[in-house]
Design a protein around this ligand. Structure first.
Ligand code: CLF
Ligand code: SF4
Length: 504
């Protein structure tokens, strides 16, 4: 059987080129070009490292109600949409309540490695509440990384405060670097006690964002830039944004799709502004990628999100539930250290190079396979740990990978409704399955731990092959292995015209 080398946990392909994953830069291999101290900073941050997000959780505390700008994709009744799904409301916490909640989560979910403040307004438009929360956590839970997200207007004034608290992960939302584009995104800003509108408002915001970015980079802070992709407004322009922020030293670029439903009551939602398709988002992310790491695993989570990315356990830690808890944090820290050590052992084992002799294909054959095969999109159901370990019917999202003769590449996340939410309605939710099939457009395979007879048939009818044979296997290895099987079975032959072009 044809066998290509598994080059690393995150990259699969012919050994000559090693891992070429263009994901978030999260795999060990993908980070190998970075200095050791940077790798250490992102190693267990689930947003800054794609690989880490399989293992580590984050939480947000909603301590920051006010905002100093208006974005056309935001309704102020809800969370800051720069780093949240619009249309959800968070319970506002005082800094003291927030600290209590963080300690409770850290003791209950030892994988929780990062505490972020991302709303519900702009964290830096509420500097006292935001900094007081960070200050208390730096003292009481020193093993938790601190992280903040901002629109950037107040950033230059607060860089020193953030650095004094050792906050070395900052997310800055930059949707444009041209005020003419910005005037279509931001109707106003509140600046120096005045409301400023139109192009002038965008000009000031852009200037402050760029100044803040430069100041953070100069102080060694890792900056992730978030951009909301708004078709027809900033889609082409985001390539320029990416080029500029990369030149200024941003670490990671996260291009997120606009979500603009009329029921959210945002300006864009009411005006009928559409969000991008999966294909448009991926094309723009690829165009922005170059040699800058792109984040493709963002879940646009809530300002009070708790748990692994993509999961929301906030309801388990509401104020009334945590009020009665007595947390022994030193004991919790010891437990957290044990759990983190076990995760690292698992990651190290999965990153082991293949055994000698595993490459069963000659260099000439590799060249031919690359030329004559096409890539395949595969959707994966996982509940964490980097494994294929979720029942199809219980998946609320699928991770999509592109397998080719060169590599296995993480492409993005497709959210779906759960087809089975319990014994009463398992298999009854046909409309959910129809939505899922639409969400999986372009995918040819679904890898999951198990799947029922009914969805199996419907997936096949839609041209998607269900596969439960790789249950509990590491995702990238399973995707690579299935691709190899398809190569051997002649299922991924390049279409004739393209093949003729390549041979020529
Ligand atoms: Fe929160 Fe943001 Fe920090 Fe992550 S989220 S403040 S960097 S800890 Fe992550 Fe959530 Fe996407 Fe944000 S998945 S919305 S990128
Ligand atoms: Fe809304 Fe966030 Fe924009 Fe403020 S910065 S208007 S809270 S999306």
């Amino acid at each position: 059987m044809l066998k290509l080398q598994v080059a690393s946990r995150a990259g699969v392909g012919a050994s000559a080129e090693g891992c070429a994953s263009s994901g978030c830069g999260g795999s060990s291999a993908g980070l190998s070009h970075l200095p050791e101290h940077i790798r250490a900073k992102v190693h267990n941050h689930p947003c800054y490292s794609e690989e880490a997000h399989h293992h580590y959780a984050r939480m947000h505390v909603a301590v920051a109600p006010a905002c100093n700008i208006q974005c056309h994709y935001c309704n102020r009744k809800y969370n800051c949409a720069n780093e949240s799904r619009p249309g959800v409301v968070s319970e506002l916490l005082t800094p003291a309540q927030a600290v209590k909640q963080v300690l409770a989560v850290a003791a209950t979910i030892p994988q929780m490695a990062v505490l972020g403040i991302a709303g519900p307004g702009d964290p830096l438009a509420n500097p006292e509440r935001t900094l007081a929360t960070f200050q208390a956590l730096a003292e009481q839970a020193p093993d938790i990384k601190l992280c903040v997200s901002t629109n950037g207007l107040a950033l230059p004034d607060l860089v020193e405060d953030l650095c004094a608290l050792n906050i070395d992960h900052v997310t800055l939302t930059i949707n444009c670097v041209d005020p003419d584009v910005g005037a279509h995104i931001y109707p106003w800003i509140f600046w120096k006690n005045r409301r400023i509108k139109g192009r002038k408002a965008a000009e000031i915001l852009i200037e402050r964002q760029q100044q803040g970015l430069e100041m953070l980079v100069a102080r060694g802070v890792l900056v992730k830039v978030n951009s909301v992709l708004i078709p027809g407004v900033n889609d082409e322009h985001l390539k320029e944004v990416s080029r500029l922020v990369k030149a200024k030293g941003a670490f990671l670029h996260n291009v997120m799709p606009l979500i603009a439903e009329p029921e959210h009551g945002t300006f864009y939602g009411l005006m009928g502004q559409r969000g991008p398709t999966h294909e448009e988002l991926q094309q723009l992310q690829d165009a922005c990628a170059g040699d800058m790491a792109m984040m493709r695993h963002c879940r646009q989570c809530r300002a009070d999100a708790v748990g692994m990315l993509g999961e929301d356990r906030g309801a388990e830690f509401s104020l009334d539930k945590i009020e009665t808890l007595e947390i022994d944090y030193p004991q919790a820290m010891a437990r957290r250290r044990q759990v983190h050590a076990a995760i690292e052992a698992q990651r190290a084992a999965a990153a082991q190079p293949p055994a000698k002799g595993e490459i069963l294909i000659s260099p000439t054959a590799i060249k031919r396979v690359r030329r004559e095969t096409r890539p395949v999109l595969m959707a994966v159901a996982t509940s964490g740990g980097g494994l294929i370990n979720q029942h199809f019917g219980q998946a609320r999202e699928f991770l999509v990978y592109e397998a080719s003769a060169q590599e296995v590449r993480f492409i993005g996340v497709r959210k779906v409704g759960a087809y089975c939410s319990g014994p009463e309605d398992c298999g009854e939710l046909d409309w959910v399955l129809e939505d899922t099939l639409r969400a999986l457009s372009g995918c040819e395979v679904v890898l999951c731990s198990r799947i029922g007879f009914e969805p199996w048939g419907q997936l096949e009818a839609a041209g998607i092959t269900p596969n439960g044979e790789h249950a509990q296997e590491p995702i990238e290895q399973a995707v690579a292995s299935l691709y190899q099987e398809w190569v051997a079975a002649g299922r991924v032959a390049m279409p004739s015209p393209e093949l003729a072009r390549r041979r020529a």
